[in-house]
Ligand binder design. Structure first.
Ligand code: ZN
Ligand code: ZN
Ligand code: FE
Length: 765
C-alpha cells in the first residue's frame, strides 16, 4: 500500500454512552474501511480514539463516526486534537484503562435487535429458535450485572462457559458479538424449563416452550421468566382467562398491559401514530398507552378505559411465544397486587402459587429485578409514566460538581436517586412503600445504586413528611438529612430534567404532599428556583373527611367540597354512595374531626368524578381522575369552561373553585351530558392556571405533579400558556408523579449545598 502523502494523527476524546453498546467495533470497522491506523480504548468517561492517515480519510472518519453510530450509542461531545503522525500501521482495540471507576457505564436492558431476530427465525443459523440470542446491540445488561467493570465475569452469565464458536465471535473485533458479555448459543448457554403449578419441572428446552404455548392457547395463566423478572401471561383475547387473572390477582379494574408480536399485531387492536410506533419499536420497547380499536380486545383488559398499554415482544423468548400463538398476550408484572416484581424461580413459585397454572423459566439468573417502563405521547411528546427497563437508571450531568449524596423520594410510586460528584442518577420504579416487600426493594435499590456508582453519601435528601417510610429510612442512614418540600421537589425535578436555572413559576398539582403549614397541599403555584421558593397561589382549601381514606373514596372528597361551599355535604346521590357511613361523615365534617383541609387538585378531580357519578370508590390510584379525563376527551372541543377565578388571599392568592362548582351542579340539574361537564371542568382549570401565570409574569412555567399525566389537562394548559407567549416545560424522561420526586430532591439539595446552605455542619467540607 502507498502511504498517503501527508499523514496526520488525530486524537478524538468521545464522551457519552459509548461503552457496552458496540462502539469500539464500530470504530474498528470504520478505521479499517478507511485504511486508517491507530487504536481505540474505553476511558473513565467515554472512549479515546487515535487515528492517523490522510486528511480526507480523517474527515470522512469523523463524519461517519457520528452518522453511523450503533443503535443505542450516544455521543455527547467529541474533542479533536491534531498531532504529528507516529507512523504506526494497523488498527487495534486496546484494553480499558483501569483505575478510575467509569461513571457512565451502567446500561439498560435492550430489546432484541433486527439482526438477532432474523437469526432467531433462520433455520440455517446455528442459533435458530434459541431463546437467549443477543449481541452487542441488544439483550440483557442491567438485569445481569453483578459488579463493575461490565465484563462477563461480573454478570450472571459467569457460570456459562462459552463454546469455541461463541468464544471466537466474542474475540473478533469485526464480529457483531465482539465483547457481547451475555453471548451464548444452544451449545453453551441458558436453557428453558417448564414447571407445573407446584414447581416441579415437567419439560425442558423446545418441549418447555411448546408446553407454555399449549397452556396459554388453552386459557391457562402462565408465569414467564423474562429479562428482568416474571410476567403473568394469558391469552389477551380470552375473556375468561382475563377475568380469572383479575380475580386471582385481586385486581378488579386496574388496566392490564398487553404484549404483541410486532407492530402489525399492535395496530390490529389499537390505533398507532408514527410517534407511538417509534416508541414501540425502539430498543427500550416500553409499554405505550394506545387508543384501542372497537371490536379489538376484551373491555375487561382496561374497563372503562379507551386506552390500552401495549408493548412489543422484546426478548427472543417473547418472540418465540408470540409467534407460536399468533395473538396478543396479557403481560402483567408477576407480583401480588402492587408488590415489586418477582425475579427468582423459588420466590415466584411460592408467591405466585394460586395465580399461575404453570411457570416457563430459564437458568440465566436475574441479578436485579427490572419492571417494564410505561410511556405515553402527551402534548405531542413522549412522557415517561413509569421508569424501568430501557429507561432506568437515568443519568443526568450535575450542573456543578459537589459532594455525593442520595435522595429517597416520598411514598407513592417511589424511586430513589444518587448524586455522584459529576452526575445525578435516578433509579427505577420501586412502588408504593406500604408493603414490607416494597420497603425491602427500597433498601436494596438504594444500596445497589450506591454500589454501582460508588457513592458514599455525605447527605441524604428526603421529604418533609416525617412519617413516610422513606423519611424514617433516611434518618437511619447516618449522614445529615436535607428536608425538601414535596411540591418544590416536583418543580425542581422538571427544572433538572430540562436544565433550567433561575426563577420559574412552578405549578405542582398532585394528590397530596406535606405543606409548610402542616396541611396536605396539592394545588400549588410556587415562584421557584432550584434552591428555594415562595408560594404565591393555591387552590382554595376544602375538607377531606376520613383523611387518607378520602384518597380511595372520592365520594368523601365530594362531600368535603360541598361542605366547604356551605352546601349539604351529601345530596341524594352522595347519601347513596356513602351508605352506612353517611351519618358519621356528616358529624366528622361538622366537628372538624379527622377532616384535614387540603388544596389538592387530585382530590378536586376525585370530588368532581364522584359528583358526576363516575367513581365513588377507586380500586387503584388515579382511577377517578382518569375516568373524568376520558369523559372530557370524549366531549371534544368547544364546550367552554367553568370559572375558577383567582382571588387575593391573606398571604397567597386563592384559586376559587366555588363558582365552577355551582355551575357544574346547575348543569347537572339541567341534565347536561357528563362529557360536556368534564370538558368544562378541565377547561376551567387550564384557564385558571394561565391566569396565575399572567399575574406572576414569569416567562417560564414548569408543570409538575401526577395531575399532569392527564394528557387532556396537559394539552389544554400548554395551549393556553403558549397563547400568552409563556414557555411551558413539563416532564418527559422523569415521571410527573412521585416517581420524579427523588430527582427533584437531589436538585434542591445540590443547589442549596452550592449556595452554602449549611446542611452538613460537622462534615469535613
Ligand atoms: Zn442483537
Ligand atoms: Zn456457544
Ligand atoms: Fe406528589
Amino acid at each position: 500500500m502507498v502511504a498517503a502523502l501527508r499523514t496526520t494523527r488525530w486524537r478524538l476524546r468521545v464522551r457519552g454512552l459509548v461503552q457496552g453498546v458496540g462502539f469500539r467495533p464500530h470504530v474498528y470497522r470504520l478505521a479499517r474501511a478507511l485504511d486508517l491506523a491507530g487504536s481505540v480504548r474505553n476511558t473513565a468517561d467515554g472512549a479515546t480514539i487515535e487515528v492517523e492517515g490522510g486528511a480526507e480519510s480523517l474527515a470522512a472518519f469523523h463524519r461517519r463516526l457520528l452518522a453511523e453510530l450503533p443503535p443505542v450509542a450516544r455521543i455527547d461531545t467529541v474533542a479533536v486534537d491534531s498531532m504529528p503522525a507516529a507512523g504506526v500501521s494497523g488498527f487495534r482495540i486496546e484494553p480499558s484503562q483501569g483505575g478510575k471507576r467509569p461513571e457512565a457505564c451502567v446500561l439498560p436492558d435492550l430489546a432484541t435487535c433486527p439482526a438477532c431476530l432474523a437469526e432467531l427465525f433462520d433455520p440455517a443459523d446455528r442459533r435458530y429458535r434459541y431463546p437467549f440470542i443477543n449481541c452487542t446491540h441488544c439483550g440483557p445488561r442491567l438485569s445481569i450485572i453483578s459488579g463493575l467493570p461490565y465484563d462477563r465475569a461480573n454478570t450472571t452469565m459467569a457460570g456459562f462457559r462459552m463454546c469455541a464458536d461463541c468464544a471466537r465471535e466474542y474475540a473478533d473485533p469485526a464480529d457483531r458479538r465482539f465483547h457481547a458479555q451475555p453471548n451464548a448459543c444452544p451449545e453453551c448457554g441458558p436453557q428453558l424449563a417448564f414447571l407445573d403449578a407446584g414447581g416441579r419441572s415437567v419439560a425442558a428446552r423446545e418441549a418447555a416452550l411448546a408446553e407454555a404455548v399449549a397452556r396459554l392457547a388453552a386459557g391457562d395463566i402462565v408465569a414467564v421468566k423474562g429479562l428482568g423478572g416474571f410476567h403473568l401471561m394469558a391469552d389477551a383475547g380470552g375473556g375468561a382467562a382475563v377475568e380469572r387473572l383479575r380475580r386471582r390477582k385481586h385486581r378488579p379494574r386496574k388496566p392490564l398491559a398487553v404484549m404483541a408480536a410486532d407492530l402489525p399485531m399492535a395496530e390490529a387492536v389499537c390505533r398507532v401514530s408514527p410517534d407511538e410506533a417509534a416508541l414501540l419499536c425502539s430498543p427500550q420497547a416500553p409499554i405505550v398507552l394506545l387508543a384501542r380499536r372497537g371490536g379489538g380486545l376484551p373491555e375487561a383488559l382496561a374497563p372503562g378505559n379507551p386506552n390500552l398499554g401495549v408493548m412489543l415482544a422484546y426478548t427472543p423468548l417473547h418472540h418465540l411465544l408470540l409467534k407460536a400463538l399468533g395473538r396478543p398476550l396479557v403481560a402483567t408484572s408477576g407480583n401480588l397486587s402492587d408488590e415489586p416484581i418477582c425475579a427468582e424461580e423459588t420466590e415466584a413459585v411460592a408467591r405466585l402459587a394460586g395465580i399461575a397454572d404453570g411457570f416457563l423459566v430459564h437458568d440465566r439468573p436475574i441479578q436485579r429485578p427490572v419492571d417494564d417502563s410505561v410511556v405515553q405521547i402527551a402534548a405531542g411528546r413522549p412522557m415517561l409514566l413509569r421508569g424501568g427497563r430501557g429507561y432506568a437508571p437515568l443519568g443526568l450531568t450535575r450542573p456543578e460538581p459537589g459532594s455525593p449524596g442520595v435522595a429517597v423520594g416520598a411514598f407513592l410510586k417511589d424511586t430513589v436517586a444518587v448524586a455522584t460528584r459529576a452526575h445525578w442518577v435516578l433509579g427505577p420504579h420501586i412502588g408504593d412503600l406500604d408493603s414490607v416487600k416494597a420497603r425491602d426493594a427500597f433498601r436494596r435499590t438504594l444500596a445497589d445504586l450506591e454500589a454501582l456508582y460508588g457513592v458514599v453519601p455525605r447527605w441524604v435528601a428526603r421529604d418533609r413528611h416525617p412519617d413516610y417510610p422513606s423519611s424514617t429510612a433516611a434518618e437511619a442512614l447516618g449522614p445529615p438529612a436535607i428536608l425538601v418540600q414535596h411540591h418544590h421537589a416536583h418543580v425542581a425535578a422538571v427544572m433538572a430534567e430540562h436544565g433550567l436555572h433561575g426563577e420559574v413559576l412552578g405549578v405542582a398539582w398532585d394528590g397530596v404532599g406535606l405543606g409548610d403549614d402542616g396541611a396536605p397541599w396539592g394545588g400549588e403555584f410556587l415562584r421557584a428556583t432550584r434552591a428555594g421558593y415562595r408560594r404565591v397561589a393555591a387552590v382554595r382549601p376544602f375538607s377531606m373527611p376520613g383523611g387518607d381514606r378520602a384518597a380511595r373514596e372520592p365520594w368523601r372528597c365530594a362531600a368535603g367540597l360541598r361542605f366547604a361551599a356551605g352546601l349539604e355535604p351529601l345530596d341524594a346521590r352522595g347519601r347513596e354512595a356513602a351508605g352506612a357511613a353517611a351519618a358519621t361523615l356528616v358529624r366528622m365534617l361538622e366537628r372538624g374531626v379527622n377532616s384535614p383541609v387540603t388544596t389538592s387538585v387530585g382530590r378536586l378531580f376525585d370530588a368532581v368524578a364522584s359528583l358526576l357519578g363516575l367513581c365513588h370508590r377507586s380500586s387503584f390510584e388515579g382511577e377517578a381522575a382518569m375516568a373524568l379525563q376520558f369523559q372530557a376527551e370524549r366531549a371534544g372541543a368547544g364546550h367552554g369552561a367553568y370559572r375558577f377565578p383567582l382571588q387575593a388571599g391573606e398571604r397567597v392568592a386563592v384559586l376559587d373553585w366555588e363558582p365552577g362548582l355551582a355551575a357544574l351542579l346547575a348543569d347537572r340539574e339541567a341534565g347536561a351530558g357528563v362529557p360536556v361537564m368534564a370538558a368544562r371542568f378541565h377547561g376551567g382549570l387550564a384557564d385558571a392556571l394561565a391566569a396565575v401565570a399572567r399575574s406572576e409574569g414569569l416567562p417560564r412555567v414548569v408543570l409538575g405533579g401526577g395531575c399532569f399525566q392527564n394528557r387532556h389537562l396537559l394539552r389544554l394548559a400548554v395551549e393556553r400558556l403558549g397563547r400568552d407567549g409563556v414557555h411551558a416545560f413539563w416532564p418527559a424522561q422523569v415521571p410527573a408523579n412521585d416517581g420524579g420526586i427523588a430527582l427533584g430532591q437531589l436538585a434542591v439539595a445540590c443547589a442549596q449545598n452550592a449556595q452554602g446552605v449549611d446542611h452538613v455542619s460537622g462534615g469535613a467540607g
